[in-house]
Every structure is written in structure tokens, then in C-alpha cells.
Design a protein. Structure first.
Length: 331
């Protein structure tokens, strides 16, 4: 029996709201946040920060966030057919999240959790453009294997998973999803996500990526994972007939398939904010792969997409011209 693959990419991720807040350095001191650092906070601290931000009447931009979500939104923008799995609270931010995903062409399989608030990543931006992060995962950590529909994964060409999900209770969900993908001839894409995640879970990730068909990492993550530098790291991760993408920022990227390295140049950009650049590279790459483009063109589309995203604050992709992106690569 021939399987119908009428979705391009099925995404699993921490579905959290990105809140972009412009503040001065004094405000960071008042909020007891160390400038330029990542702060993982509990629900009470998150609520307190949000209340104080609103009382201060700071300007806030609200954008659906999360690594896989950014990638899935990007694929949908380019014209791909996508599904996103995640969990949000039964609150205002949860409603905004689901509505935004629908408006951006994503099919949201996003479940509302009754006892947890929607997770958030508050990004405090000071006048010198430095970013300070406060993250509360909230309802996102409750995405369970019973929330997944095998039929969706069966109909997808690629299952895309962010590495952040392997920490906490969502690890079991990841393993279940991978088993469903293998059972249904759906390719498996894993973004390694963060050097800290790799450091804390290296043996587990090494086993997990044996099942992957596509692996994304930046140069820091690749070195943390393999102990090798860029090209050698790509070849090491690519053993077993995988496609590996190592993102090198302004130096471009490397694509490894069957031990052969293809170098992709970066595109010029007026960099404002690098948040989500790697996620949007993955969006361009996976979209192109699903359309049957050669790897070099897939890498170029990913690189161009990333260049356009970094020219604005936050992962705001609504106004990016998909026809321009495609035309620049395929003519």
C-alpha cells in the first residue's frame, strides 16, 4: 500500500509566547535580572515579572515562539503544509498563540492545559541591543504521547523535533513520536538546540540521533556534540547516511551527505536581532527538501531566509516576501 504524504513537516516543540520588551539597564536592576544572561524561572516569578512590566507601561511585542514553532511557521510562509504539536494554557496567551498559528497557515494541534499557564520567554532589550532572557516553560512541558495522532505523523514527509524537548517529561513524547515516524516511513529531523542541552544529555542524544535522517546544529553545538571542529564534526554526525547541517552564522553553513561537504555562503544582512535565525534556516532547508530541491539550493534558501529574519526584532516573518526568497534561489 502506498502511503499518502500530504503534509510536508510535522513539528513538535515547546510552544511558548515570546514577549519582547524594551527597557533601560536600571529596569533590569529593579527586576533583579543580570544583564545578558538566560534566567529559567518558575511560574510565580514569571507572573511577578509580567505584572511589573505591565505596571511600568513598557512597550511589549507578542510573538508565538519556540524553536520548532519558528521553523514550522517559516515552512508555512514558504507555502509548505505543516502541523505543529504543543501545549499552552487555557489563558489569553494560549488563545493568541493558537490564533496566530492559524493566521500564519499552520495547522495547530495545540492542546490547552487546564492547570498550567502558557509558557513564555521574556526578552528584555536594552538600548545597546543586548538581550536578557527570562523563560518559563509553563504548560509546554505537559505535551504527552497521548496528545499525538499517528495519522498526522503518517501523512508527514518529515517529523521535526527541537532538542529542548529531551529534558523533562517531554522526553518520553519524543521517543514515542520517533517510533511512530519510523513505523510510517516519515523522515526524522532533529535540531540539537543548545550546547547546554547537549552537555547535560550527551549519551542520550548520541543514541537518539542514530534514528535521525536530518540533523541541525550550529558550530558550538556541533563541537559540544562531537568534540570536533566544523567540517570534521559534520562528517562525524553524518555517519550512517544522514544529512547534517552545521550553521556557521555570518560564515555561512556546511551540509554533509555521505561524507561530502557542501559549503553555503551567508547572505549580507543588516543584523538587528539573531533570535530565530537558525530556526528559519531550518525552515528554508526543510521546505526545499520536501519540494525535491538539491541540497545546495536548500541550503541557500535557508541561508537567505535567515538573513531576512535577523534584520528585524523578534522572529517576525509575516512581511517577508516568499516569492522573492524562492526567486532568488531558483530564478
Amino acid at each position: 500500500m502506498t502511503m499518502i504524504k500530504d503534509y510536508d513537516v510535522i513539528g513538535l516543540g515547546n510552544t511558548i509566547i515570546d514577549l519582547l520588551v524594551e527597557v533601560d539597564e536600571q529596569k533590569l536592576l529593579e527586576l533583579d535580572l543580570k544583564k545578558g544572561e538566560f534566567h529559567l524561572v518558575d511560574e510565580q516569578k514569571s507572573k511577578e515579572l509580567l505584572e511589573r512590566i505591565h505596571l511600568s507601561q513598557c512597550s511589549i511585542k507578542t510573538v508565538p515562539g519556540g524553536s520548532s514553532a519558528n521553523t514550522i511557521r517559516g515552512i508555512a510562509l514558504l507555502g509548505g503544509k505543516t502541523i505543529l504539536y504543543g501545549k499552552v494554557g487555557r489563558d489569553k496567551h494560549g488563545e493568541i498563540y493558537v490564533q496566530e498559528m492559524k493566521e500564519q497557515g499552520v495547522n495547530p494541534r495545540i492542546i490547552h492545559h487546564d492547570s498550567s499557564a502558557t509558557g513564555n520567554a521574556i526578552t528584555f532589550i536594552t538600548p545597546d541591543a543586548e538581550r536578557t532572557f527570562s523563560v518559563h516553560l509553563g504548560a509546554a512541558i505537559n505535551l504527552g504521547k497521548n496528545d499525538l495522532l499517528e495519522e498526522d505523523i503518517r501523512r508527514g514527509k518529515i517529523l521535526h523535533i527541537e532538542g529542548y524537548l529531551i529534558e523533562g517529561p517531554t522526553r518520553e513524547t519524543v521517543l514515542y513520536a520517533i517510533n511512530l515516524a519510523k513505523k510510517n516511513n516519515t523522515l526524522i529531523s532533529i535540531d540539537l538546540a543548545d550546547p547546554g542541552v547537549i552537555r547535560r544529555n550527551k549519551v542520550f542524544l548520541q543514541d537518539l540521533t542514530l534514528h535521525a535522517d536530518i540533523i541541525f546544529a550550529n558550530e558550538t553545538e556541533a563541537k559540544e556534540f562531537t568534540n570536533y571542529e566544523e567540517e570534521q564534526a559534520a562528517r562525524e554526525m553524518g555517519k550512517g547516511n544522514k544529512i547534517v547541517v552545521v550553521k556557521l552564522g555570518k560564515k555561512g553553513s556546511l551540509i554533509c551527505e555521505k561524507g561530502v561537504i557542501t559549503k553555503i555562503d551567508s547572505y549580507p544582512a543588516n543584523v538587528v536581532d539573531t533570535t530565530g535565525a537558525g530556526d528559519c534556516y531550518a525552515a528554508g532547508f526543510l521546505y526545499a527538501l520536501c519540494q525535491g530541491w538539491p541540497l545546495e539550493k536548500a541550503g541557500k534558501l535557508g541561508s537567505l531566509f535567515a538573513a531576512k529574519v535577523v534584520e528585524q526584532t523578534g522572529v517576525m516573518i509575516r512581511d517577508i516576501d516568499k516569492n522573492y526568497l524562492k526567486r532568488e534561489i531558483v530564478g
